[in-house]
Design a protein around this ligand. Structure first.
Ligand code: GLN
Length: 495
């Protein structure tokens, strides 16, 4: 039935959202459950079960995160050139499932090898499902940003549930069960995709579909073998974090060189748009470097300096759990509202263009960090401060995220020519990899050498760091808004 759907039929949908977006929403939701479930367990597991000290655990956590996002670039590239988005997603999902069950079978023994399966699997999965969302819309359809906004809600629904459930099962029941749970949920995600992919018509099929079957198979199987073969190497690099530094110094420049080569094959107009996409990605590094304090210095701040009461004492919530969850909760509440605001403004021809949205996101980022700084004015003598004020900061930061992250996904599919979509989505996430990497370095700079300080002293040190970040974010926002006419020009007809 729906297999016969053409791209035009899919893209000519009535109403606000195409129906396929709900299937991609569900698939991504379960994948993010598995991913954020694993992510939420990593440091806790390393510190409490593998008896790794906190500093090393943080570094390894940063390395794993950086590799995960860096591999999305490679996954995007192979999807564009060989596998197509659907097969990439399928292969990535399988690797993630294998990874979860490998760890579950003996968490202490197989933690690193299983994690490496997840790194490569996420690389094949994550950029390519986002790219397929972009394919549901015609160029110039102003419902696209709202679609990515909705998709982003799915991401955060999964992140919220996985982040809460897995670590809780691990701590309260058993780590074997917690890692198995992540794997089972990933199976649900993959099955959802398998049963609904027929509605995608030609979207995500292999770019080599017109090749002779044997030749195509050879390339596909080669990709599968290559991706498994790099896992042992990855394991060494993750366990020794200095190798991560070398990797990060190399992968970015190499990527840009390759991208420049690809850009020589484009027309002048297409090239300009690609430059704009690269600039957006570069700014996003700065954004994520600050925002991703979330899993690092902000979780230590939550641990040391926050009261556990919320809403003026009406609720008691563990500050660390709330530091993880509040952002997702706010995304779920506000993402669709922000999406509808964009549509409402677009209908009145008043929607800000993407560069301005990016600029605004930095202003929110700055505001959020300024509020983190101002928590010092609400502290008691022991250095504990208000979780309510901390929550308001997360609310403001979330608006910043919503003006950048879903918009960035959407932009990559607007600015890049179709044959480079996967790679550009990968570049977007590669920027996240650098953001994660820089976040670790910034966080270490903020918290470094303060192990013996009292909570009151730490409060001053951390909040002073956040004030600095607020100032840098403000400068970033002003620069972006100032150069926005220039970037707008490069973007041509793209809004
Ligand atoms: N939270 C979003 C996700 O998981 C964005 C992450 C990122 O790009 N750094 O998809």
């Amino acid at each position: 039935m729906s297999q016969e759907l053409t791209l035009e039929q899919i893209q000519d949908f009535k109403g606000q959202y195409p129906k396929q977006i709900w299937y991609l929403f569900l698939t991504e939701m379960w994948e993010r459950f598995c991913f954020y479930g694993m992510r939420g367990m990593l440091t806790v597991f390393m510190v409490t079960q593998l008896m790794i000290n906190e500093e090393k655990a943080n570094l390894q956590y940063g390395a794993i995160q950086a590799f995960i996002y860096a591999f999305t670039f490679i996954g995007g590239l192979f999807a564009d050139k060989i596998l197509g988005f659907r097969k990439s997603l399928f292969w990535g999902g399988i690797l993630m499932i294998i990874g979860s069950f490998i760890i579950a079978s003996n968490p202490k023994e197989f933690f690193y090898i299983g994690t490496c399966f997840t790194i490569v699997g996420t690389g094949f999965f994550k950029p390519n499902i986002s790219t397929m969302v972009g394919d549901l819309y015609k160029p110039g359809d102003n419902r696209r940003d709202a679609g990515f906004g909705l998709f982003y809600t799915g991401i955060n629904l999964g992140a919220l549930l996985g982040g809460l459930a897995c670590v809780w099962i691990g701590k309260e029941y058993s780590w074997n069960l917690a890692f198995s749970f992540a794997g089972i949920v990933m199976i649900i995600g993959l099955v959802t995709f398998i049963f609904t992919q027929r509605t995608l018509g030609p979207i995500g099929l292999s770019p080599l579909k017109d090749w002779a079957i044997n030749k195509r198979r050879m390339y596909e199987i080669g990709t599968f073998i290559l991706s498994i073969a790099c896992i042992p190497l990855l394991k060494v690099m993750v366990s020794k974090t200095e190798y991560t530094d070398y990797f990060m110094y190399t992968i970015g420049p190499l990527t840009l060189i390759y991208l420049f080569y690809e850009m020589t094959k484009l027309t002048a107009d297409e090239r300009k748009k690609m430059w704009a996409a690269i600039l957006f990605s570069l700014f996003s590094i700065l954004f994520w470097a600050f925002f991703e304090q979330s899993g690092g210095s902000l979780s230590l701040f939550a641990l040391n300096n926050l009261h556990d009461s919320l809403l003026g004492g009406m609720l008691k919530v563990d500050p660390n759990a709330w530091n993880n969850a509040s952002n997702s909760v706010f995304v779920i509440i506000f993402s669709w509202i922000v999406g509808l605001i964009w549509i409402w403004l677009a209908n009145r021809k008043k929607e800000p263009n993407s560069v301005v949205k990016f600029g605004i996101s930095f202003l929110f980022l700055s505001g959020g960090f300024y509020i983190f700084y101002s928590t010092r004015f609400f502290a008691d003598a022991t250095g504990k401060t208000s979780q309510d004020i901390f929550t308001i900061a997360w609310l403001v930061l979330t608006f910043g995220e919503l003006c950048l992250s879903p918009i960035g996904l959407s932009l990559m599919t607007k600015l890049a020519p179709k044959k480079l979509w996967g790679m550009m989505m990968g570049l977007w996430f590669l920027a996240s990899a650098y953001g994660q990497y820089a976040a670790g370095i910034l966080g270490a700079g903020i918290s470094g050498g303060n192990e013996k300080a009292t909570a009151a002293e730490k409060l001053l040190v951390y909040t002073a760091g956040y004030k600095q970040l607020a100032i840098y974010a403000l400068v970033g926002g002003i620069v972006l808004l100032a150069i926005s006419p220039l970037i707008k020009k490069m973007m041509g007809d793209v809004k």
